[in-house]
Write a protein that binds this ligand. Structure first.
Ligand SMILES: C[S@@+](CC[C@H](N)C(=O)[O-])C[C@H]1O[C@@H](n2cnc3c(N)ncnc32)[C@H](O)[C@@H]1O
Length: 249
């Protein structure tokens, strides 16, 4: 997977390349990251990429030409054309399914907006999709792009070792789209509070059953919408349904 990011702040992406799971995978060439600063394509001596909005109002708007040239340059650098995705509060809400889709694709070109956003003509001409991190407004698309890229990279086969597999992560369809069960590590007793006994039993089936029930109980309590989704998708077993019925919610 090759990710290109068009951004006024390329340094915001260094962490992804250098640290943690995504950094290790980048070193192993399991994915690659390339940034392009639209300022390089500005035509005036001040390298201007924004201007005042027509019709008045606060803030500035990102101009079409530097962004369009940055997109053309970036597409040219790739072997095959890639979808251009604008980070925007008006976009499709990013979720685990989007991360999975990105992780199994050849990649994408992300455009990070700043100021009041980008000129609508750029969106109409050159943007294939718009993705949002959630119903809040960031100062720029960079934190959203970093979060989305990180979520996708950890799903690329081979990025996570078996012992840190994503199959038990929250929202994964392998876990029926439920939230993950709670985790415990040493010490066995902390301030009088012990780790649940079943986790010390070494009995794999009982542990798996306990984790499943914990996932169901937590999800039913804090995200009942995910239970409905799992039911709709036919992801819940008879045993799951019986357990859910037994919960006093
Ligand atoms: C200050 S915001 C512009 C907000 C815009 N005026 C509005 O109210 O929708 C600047 C840029 O941050 C990015 N951004 C802000 N919130 C976002 C979100 N929830 N998801 C993805 N990108 C976001 C977008 O690229 C946006 O162009």
């Amino acid at each position: 997977m090759r990710i290109d990011v068009i951004t006024l702040f390329p340094e915001a992406f260094m962490f992804l390349q250098d640290a943690g799971v995504s950094g290790r995978a980048h070193n192993q060439n399991l994915w690659s990251l390339h940034t392009c600063n639209p300022r390089s394509f500005a035509v005036d001596q001040h390298r201007t990429v924004d201007d005042r909005p027509y019709g008045g109002g606060p803030g500035m708007v990102m101009m079409v030409e530097p962004l369009l040239k940055a997109i053309e340059y970036t597409q040219h650098q790739r072997h095959a054309p890639a979808p251009v995705i604008l980070l925007s509060p008006a976009g499709r809400r990013f979720d685990q399914a989007c991360a999975q889709q990105l992780a199994t694709s050849p990649g994408a070109i992300f455009i990070c907006g700043r100021y009041e956003g980008v000129d609508q003509r750029l969106i109409d001409q050159a943007v294939d999709d718009q993705w949002s991190l959630g119903d809040f407004v960031l100062s720029g698309g960079e934190p959203a792009a970093v979060a989305m890229i990180d979520a996708a990279v950890r799903l690329i086969p081979g990025v996570l070792g078996h012992h840190e597999s994503s199959s038990q992560d929250s929202f994964q369809s392998t876990l029926s789209g439920l939230l993950d069960a709670p985790h415990y590590t040493r010490p066995e007793v902390l301030d009088g509070v012990a780790v649940p006994e079943v986790l010390l039993s070494g009995h794999h089936a009982n542990i798996a059953n306990w984790r499943r029930q914990q996932s169901l109980a937590l999800t039913a309590r804090v995200r009942p919408d995910l239970i409905l989704q799992a039911r709709d998708q036919g992801w819940l077993t008879k045993a799951d349904e019986l357990f859910l019925k037994s919960l006093q919610l």
